[in-house]
Design a protein around this ligand. Structure first.
Ligand code: UDX
Length: 438
């Protein structure tokens, strides 16, 4: 089938490539000509495993092509997916100007039946808004439908998540829209649920907020563990084995970041409050998340006593492994705070250093993890990249001035740290090693 995608960012491009991989013919549109030029050269401007290879493959096979014209997208295919950004706007509400603009552009070009599918994460009622906008601006009497098909992919595993999703949700209000979406998703092996447009929109916000809630919950439990001597991993394991709770997303750390959770939690609270439904629980998810990174900073500060002129090795900058995305990354906040307190940072990340340099230029950008630890007063771990998990702590100890680690993701080998006589302070875990000399 022919499919048009408007918006060639993380969601749009991944969706386009996965549709091509399933045999569809895709036209991708973006207004950013610089990005389009790079895509036409087979270049992806962000780090996402498998994406560049699949882009090259489908570009060569002519299953995917690019354009800057929304009119061309409307002409090309019956189904047009809106995948443009919905950044955080005023007081936590999603800024909908890009979605609205695409709806107007589509309206101006429709001459025959079209299905417009919202895939960007949008507030409840956006389907109605898109429908009304198109009705207002459409120049012909062509029929059209609007549908919602939320995206659940995770950065770093976007291709696998899209090719093999846990579920496909389609929100429709016409049989024709359902038939078309069923045809598009026929090659995907995944359970499909068909709902109203409003339910589909809310499923996305509710799912992201619930996952964020699990993370904030376990982070709060981790703080109780630190005071009571319990071990957060033991607690999480004991909870997770209850099938009603489930083991996923109970990993404590220094809080969630990224382009989705922080924005979507705030947006759900703002939307529900706008409708007159108070949202204290949802507001607390964000609050605990912010407190988590502050708590980590205070732990470092308390332990090192004086931060002025202390040199810290700083591993992991992206908001999670396998991406170079720094949006809402706790590392950025923490690095700025440590630098402001007078510490010197020797940072390392497998892929996110160029992007980090633009936000936090006043750090030393290390060649490798051991270059970062060289001569440092302590090591701070912000992101659990696999290469840090597998590191030989004996080599780390040999390079550090003081064998002390603040592990914000409980990523490093505690047993090895203990055997080596290092100090290791994790999240929701008993500290290992002697008390630091003050
Ligand atoms: C998320 C959702 O998982 C995805 O379904 C949605 O489409 C977009 O938002 P993403 O932001 O790419 O995906 O990453 P995810 O793997 O969910 O992690 C988000 C953040 O939560 C990261 O900062 C991660 O470190 C943190 N996290 C995750 C935890 O702190 N603990 C966990 O147990 C899981």
């Amino acid at each position: 089938m022919k499919i048009s995608i408007v918006g060639s960012g993380h969601v749009g491009l991944t969706t386009a490539i996965c549709f091509a991989e399933k045999g569809h013919e895709v036209l991708c549109v973006d207004h950013d000509t610089e990005k389009l030029a790079r895509l036409k050269n087979g270049e992806v401007w962000f780090h996402e495993p498998k994406l560049p290879e699949l882009l090259k493959k489908h570009f060569a096979q002519k299953r995917i092509r690019f354009s800057e014209s929304t009119a061309e997208a409307v002409k090309f295919a019956q189904a047009i997916f809106i995948c443009v950004g919905t950044p955080t706007g005023e007081s936590g509400r999603a800024d909908m100007r890009f979605v609205e603009k695409v709806a107007r552009d589509i309206a101006e070009s429709i001459t025959e039946y079209r299905l417009i599918v919202e895939k960007s994460t949008v507030p409840i009622m956006t389907g109605d808004r898109v429908k009304n906008t198109i009705r207002r601006y459409v120049k012909s009497d062509a029929h059209f439908d609007v549908a919602s098909n939320p995206e659940f992919l995770r950065e770093g595993s976007a291709i696998d998540d899209t090719l093999k999703p846990d579920r496909i949700v389609i929100g429709v209000d016409s049989a024709k829209a359902e038939t078309l979406l069923r045809e598009i998703y026929a090659p995907f092996e995944a359970p499909m649920i068909v709902t109203s447009i409003g339910s589909a929109e809310l499923i996305k916000h509710a799912s992201n907020s619930f996952l964020a809630l699990k993370i904030s919950f376990i982070n709060w439990i981790a703080r109780v563990c630190e005071h009571s001597g319990a071990d957060v991993h033991e607690v999480a394991r004991g909870m997770g084995l209850d099938a009603r709770i489930g083991a996923h997303f109970l990993n404590p750390g220094i809080g969630y970041g990224g382009s989705c959770f922080p924005k979507d939690v705030e947006a759900l609270a703002a939307i529900s409050e706008d409708m007159g439904v108070e949202a204290p629980l949802i507001r607390l998810i964000s609050q605990i998340n912010r407190e988590q990174r502050e708590h980590f900073y205070e732990t470092i500060q308390h332990e090192l006593w004086v931060l002025q002129d202390k040199t810290l090795a700083f591993w992991g900058l992206s908001f999670k492994p396998n991406t170079d995305d720094l949006r809402e990354a706790p590392s950025v906040w923490l690095a700025q705070k440590l630098l402001k307190a007078g510490a010197k940072l020797r940072v390392h990340d497998p892929v996110a250093m160029p992007a980090f340099k633009k936000l936090v230029p006043d750090a030393y950008f290390a060649r490798d993890p051991l270059d970062a630890t060289s001569g440092a007063d302590a090591l701070v771990v912000c992101t659990e990249w696999p290469q840090y998990r597998d590191v030989d702590l004996a080599k780390v100890k040999a390079t550090l001035r003081v064998p002390m680690i603040f592990d914000g993701r409980n990523a490093l080998d505690r047993k090895q740290a203990e055997d080596l006589g290092m100090t290791l302070i994790g999240i929701g875990k008993k500290r290992i090693g002697p008390h630091a000399k003050r």
